[in-house]
Design a protein around this ligand. Structure first.
Ligand code: GLC
Length: 570
């Protein structure tokens, strides 16, 4: 940089600092959960210590040092509460207990303490839109029309044409009450009636129970559905005569009043973080949901992971191919909308296909792709969420028949496709692509039987790539996806620019590459990722005078090779 540029830069920096005095020290002011990534665990598939075929809390305790090696600050556990496991724990029958399948409350307390000793917090999943139909609240509610919990759920004499998210009618007939109850998800997951203050109180008490245990925060499940419309009307039907419940109830006006109450009664005054799961909240609505004026610290909105679906209802067989410009726009819109707040960066979770299959064309080198996704994951502005196996470069799985799938939504999506006239083979293709079981195959620890996940029979088959894709093998390989993740999280956690620099996208209309900068004061990083399987020329000499600090190829070129991802410092 010459003297003129330096003076120009310094004046610009002083101007920014005058407008916002916190600016220069912004990264230092960040909260603990902004400074380190979060690791998401699906306990059923993580590590089994007893030979029963399903993972458990002691398995997580055993692997805390491994998790620590990813430089994360928190672990988000998908539900570990007592549950009939119809939806693998998202059907809760006791909000303040531990499912014996996973262990005991003593195991949980030990997990909190052992994690704390490693400077890691445990984050719980709050499933407050619905309970299990085996919850004592529902058993009482369904017993008559005038019991004390009679209106703790949504009961109606007439049903509408709403289709539940897992397929089939969203209404279930109850013989005992001679009425229908609403279930946004499976029929075993009746929706709670948030209009009833006693329901809200009971849920807030449950959340406060976990705060007393010392948890570091909450991920709040399916929260956009808690407020129902005043009138229940039929929606415009699809070919099969039903209409998605999502389109009829998600994000109903008035929902934020409930959520502000949740914030007041539970979140306020604690050094925790909250992240809401909010399919269909639009980037422009984010300020009402997150940050100072909002209710959560972060929001998992779905704009970038659902771009293959034309409306929010995720009908798999009506998905369209992803256009890179749309994917980039979704991310950029969210980055801009959370400039004054915070964003949870994620590409995978227990509901989504593996990203190397989801976002790249057929024939892409999966290892390069995993590193390319990691490059983006750790360089956008926000807290990166790493989902178990993502750090090893896990890929989708393929079972021969729909009967081999455990995921309840896969069966629903398959049936809907068949009802729409698709053959078994055609319907199965969409299951391969979108099944949640893609993300739920067991964690791969080593080359031994069942990849070291269990000594018994794994509840879901281990992916057949486990001999090469596992923790033990990748730890030994300096060039592995795992070691790339470790490097990237170290880089991000120690870089003021990556932690809090401004985000700006370049070439938004380019359908081959994703290029953006992160800028803080005089420092600038430029990140570029090629989403194609061929060489791509850069639109300008953007790397001239810059230093390469990371990449998924070891050498340097002045163009981007297939699936190449680079970070340059200017
Ligand atoms: C959320 C969860 C998903 C679950 C659903 C119903 O979307 O992530 O796994 O099936 O809510 O609770």
């Amino acid at each position: 940089m010459n003297r003129r540029e330096f003076v120009k830069g310094s004046v610009a920096l002083m101007a920014v600092a005058m407008i916002n005095p916190n600016f220069i020290f912004a990264a230092e002011n960040l909260k603990w959960w902004q400074k380190k990534p979060v690791y998401q665990i699906y306990p059923k598939s993580f590590l089994d210590t007893t030979g029963k075929g399903t993972g458990d809390l002691r398995g997580i305790i055993r692997k805390l040092d491994y998790i620590k090696s990813l430089n994360v600050g928190a672990i988000w556990l998908t539900p570990i509460y007592p549950s009939p496991m119809i939806d693998n724990g998202y059907d809760i029958s006791d909000y303040t207990g531990i499912n014996p399948l996973f262990g005991t409350m003593e195991d949980f307390d030990e997990l909190i303490a052992e994690a704390k000793a490693r400077d890691i917090k445990i984050v719980m999943d709050l499933v407050f839109n619905h309970s299990s139909d085996k919850h004592s609240w529902f058993i009482e509610s369904k017993s008559s029309r005038d019991n004390p919990k009679a209106d703790w759920y949504i009961w109606r004499d007439e049903k509408t044409n709403w289709r539940s998210i897992f397929g089939g009618s969203a209404w279930q007939w109850c013989e005992e009450r001679q009425q229908y109850y609403l279930h946004t998800f499976a029929k075993e997951q009746p929706d709670l009636n948030w209009e009833n203050p006693d329901v809200r109180r009971a849920l807030f008490d449950a959340a406060n129970f976990w705060l007393k245990k010392g948890v570091g925060g909450f991920r709040i499940d399916a929260i956009v559905y808690i407020k129902k419309p005043e009138k229940f009307l039929d929606g415009t039907p699809d070919a099969d005569g039903t209409c998605s419940v999502h389109n009829m109830t998600a994000n109903t006006p008035g929902i934020l009043d409930f959520l502000h109450e949740l914030k007041r009664e539970v979140f306020d005054g604690h050094d925790i973080f909250t992240v809401g799961e909010a399919n269909s909240v639009k980037p422009e609505e984010l300020p009402a949901w997150v940050g100072e004026r909002g209710v959560f610290n972060m929001l998992f909105e779905f704009s970038h992971v659902n771009i293959m679906f034309t409306n929010g209802d995720d009908v798999w067989h009506r998905s369209k191919p992803i256009k890179l410009s749309e994917f980039k726009k979704a991310l950029s819109d969210s980055q801009r909308a959370t400039r004054g707040s915070w964003y949870p960066i994620y590409f995978e979770n227990h509901d989504k296909p593996r990203s190397v299959d989801n976002f790249f064309p057929h024939g892409t080198d999966k290892i390069l792709a995993a590193k390319a996704m990691a490059t983006i994951l750790f360089t956008l502005r926000g807290t990166p969420f790493v989902y178990q196996g993502e750090e090893l470069g896990f890929t989708n799985t393929k079972f021969d028949s729909i009967d081999d799938y455990d995921d309840i939504s896969s069966r629903g999506a398959y049936n809907l496709a068949r009802a729409d006239g698709l053959s078994d083979k055609e319907a199965l293709k969409f299951v391969w692509k979108f099944s949640r079981d893609n993300a739920r195959t067991p964690m791969q620890w080593n080359t031994s039987i069942n990849a070291g996940f269990t000594g018994g029979k794994a509840w879901l088959p281990v992916h057949d790539d486990f001999k090469t894709c596992n923790v033990e093998v990748e730890e030994r390989d300096a060039d592995s996806v795992l070691n790339f993740y470790r490097k990237m999280s170290r880089l991000r956690n120690s870089s003021e620019v990556l932690l809090n620099g401004d985000y700006e996208e370049l070439y938004p209309n380019n359908e081959e590459i994703f290029v953006y900068t992160r800028t803080l004061g005089l420092k600038k990083f430029i990140i570029a990722v090629n989403f194609t399987t061929h060489d791509v020329k850069l639109p300008a000499k953007i790397f001239d005078g810059a230093k390469k600090i990371s990449g998924n190829y070891s050498d340097e070129k002045n163009y981007l090779r297939a699936t190449e991802a680079v970070i340059y410092e200017l």
